[in-house]
Design a protein around this ligand. Structure first.
Ligand code: URP
Ligand code: ZN
Ligand code: ZN
Length: 470
């Protein structure tokens, strides 16, 4: 049966207005201001069409979170949200596609890294999914694999400038950038100066200052800004556009803007935590403060303000969650006396749309169109999924979120869909919520929750659509 979603406010790239959307099979067949009976043309056939009334609701393209870490094994702990629970939490919140970071551990080929992540996701995902590949070792053989990864649908890669088991040399990052540029992909980077972090950590250790409050002290904004500057300098020399993931600071942003003013093509992701939370959280009692141990750490109110302004002004391109959930009990609490042993990361994949709607759109900081750009359109473009995803348009996948702006609630660890015992947004009031979600034309979420398990598909992606290019 076809489906006709009627009378909603459609959030389209050119603006929002009341209209209808006709779904046929997995695709959107028509989008317009009042689709009528016309079985021969683009209209609908009432004998074969389910009518869905979206009066009073917003209708968004399915949201895409291009920064998750499901079932992440950090060498000591595995994050409890796997591809089943993580993608369930995602789609319940309106996210119909995620990109997770498959990682090539040292000693592995890229193909092995990718195969490991495919095995974790297979038959489990409740939303569509794809993979970036994080590269932790670089040599001639791995260089040759970049093309094979593109053929396997992986066109985005990540390098780390921090974490001793992952970080690469600047010369290696330079070579990776060039190779990724050759396949029309994009290289993202975790920009923190790992060498300085180790030095600052050793200094504190020598003084016995190892409680949770020290986590942000070893990762100040300078450590991010320096790494951003170095990464962008390497990109300028390689002559390729690049992406910066989870940008957290006004200082880092200023470095990006300086590079852009010289004509460099730089894409930037930030995350809800850097827009909504500040570093005073580290002064909470240790068990509570440990919730906020992730990297880069939380910053100052002035950083939040700068990032909101940048999001509104189009200087930030995407908002991902960096979802990497760990429990307090049995995981984060193992490092209360040594912050370096606290597994880094927070849950968030379910809450991103509600947080952006409440504290962005409803608060007057960003428009509906900007929200759709940051959460759907730009991620789809940058990561080779557009216009299959990211937009309400004829021919696109029928990934649709019917959003009720009148619903209110508050976020609680106890009631969240994430499979962990904490949330950094505990007691945050939220406005707006999912009424229904369609995944490639099938009703995936209704008022009772997820309708069926395991319907997510692997997304083989194409070249990046570099929308900043002049
Ligand atoms: O603390 C974080 N962000 N953990 C996940 C890994 C990463 O750096 O993105
Ligand atoms: Zn990172
Ligand atoms: Zn991450």
């Amino acid at each position: 049966m076809d489906k006709l979603i009627k009378n909603g406010i459609l959030v389209l790239p050119q603006g929002h207005s009341k209209g209808d959307i006709l779904l046929q099979g997995e695709k959107i067949k028509a989008v317009g201001g009042g689709i009528s009976y016309d079985p021969e043309g683009i209209g609908y056939n009432p004998l074969n069409t389910e009518i869905i009334d979206a009066e009073g609701c917003l209708v968004f393209p399915g949201f895409i979170d291009t920064h998750t870490h499901f079932q992440l094994d950090n060498g000591h702990f595995t994050s409890p949200d796997d591809f089943a629970s993580g993608s369930r939490a995602a789609i319940l919140g309106g996210t119909t596609a995620i990109l997770d970071f498959a990682t090539q551990n040292r000693g592995e080929t890229l193909a092995q890294g990718l195969a490991n992540w495919h095995a974790m996701a297979k038959d489990k995902a409740n939303c569509d999914y794809g993979f970036h590949l994080a590269i932790s070792e670089w040599n001639q053989q791995i260089s040759r694999e970049i093309k094979e990864m593109a053929a396997a649908g992986v066109t985005s890669f990540k390098v780390y400038m921090a974490y001793d088991n992952l970080r690469l040399k600047d010369s290696e990052i330079f070579q990776i950038m060039k190779k990724v540029g050759e396949i029309g992909g994009i290289l993202g980077c975790h920009c923190e100066n790992g060498d300085l972090i180790s030095c600052l950590t050793d200094q504190l250790k020598a003084k016995g200052e190892m409680d949770v409050r020290n986590h942000p002290r070893v990762r100040p904004a300078q450590v991010e800004a320096e790494a951003v500057y170095r990464y962008l300098t390497i990109a300028e020399m390689a002559g390729v556009p690049v992406n910066i993931v989870h940008l957290s600071s006004a200082r880092g942003l200023a470095v990006v803007e300086e590079a852009r003013s010289r004509g460099q093509e730089v894409y930037v992701e930030t995350c809800p935590q850097y827009l909504l939370l500040e570093d005073s959280r580290y002064e909470l009692p240790p068990r509570q403060a440990a919730v906020y141990v992730f990297s880069p750490p939380l910053r100052k109110p002035a950083d939040q303000q700068a990032l909101w302004q940048a999001a509104a002004a189009g200087q930030v391109d995407t908002i991902g969650t960096d979802h990497c959930s760990f429990n307090i009990t049995g995981q984060k609490d193992q490092g209360l006396h040594d912050f370096t042993r606290i597994p880094n990361g927070i849950p968030g994949v379910s809450h991103r749309p509600q947080l952006l709607y409440t504290y962005g759109v409803a608060a007057g900081k960003i428009s509906l169109e900007t929200m759709a750009r940051l959460l759907s359109e730009n991620p789809a473009k940058l990561f080779g999924l557009y216009p299959r995803k990211g937009v309400l348009a004829p021919g696109s996948d029928a990934d649709i979120v019917i959003w009720d702006p009148a619903k209110t609630g508050s976020i609680k660890a106890e009631t969240q869909a994430h499979q962990v015992d904490n949330t950094p947004y505990e007691d945050f009031k939220v406005k707006g919520a999912v009424r229904a979600v369609y995944l490639r034309g099938r009703l995936a979420v209704d008022d009772k929750g997820l309708t069926e398990e395991g319907k997510g598909c692997y997304l083989a992606r194409g070249k990046s659509l570099l929308f900043r290019q002049k």
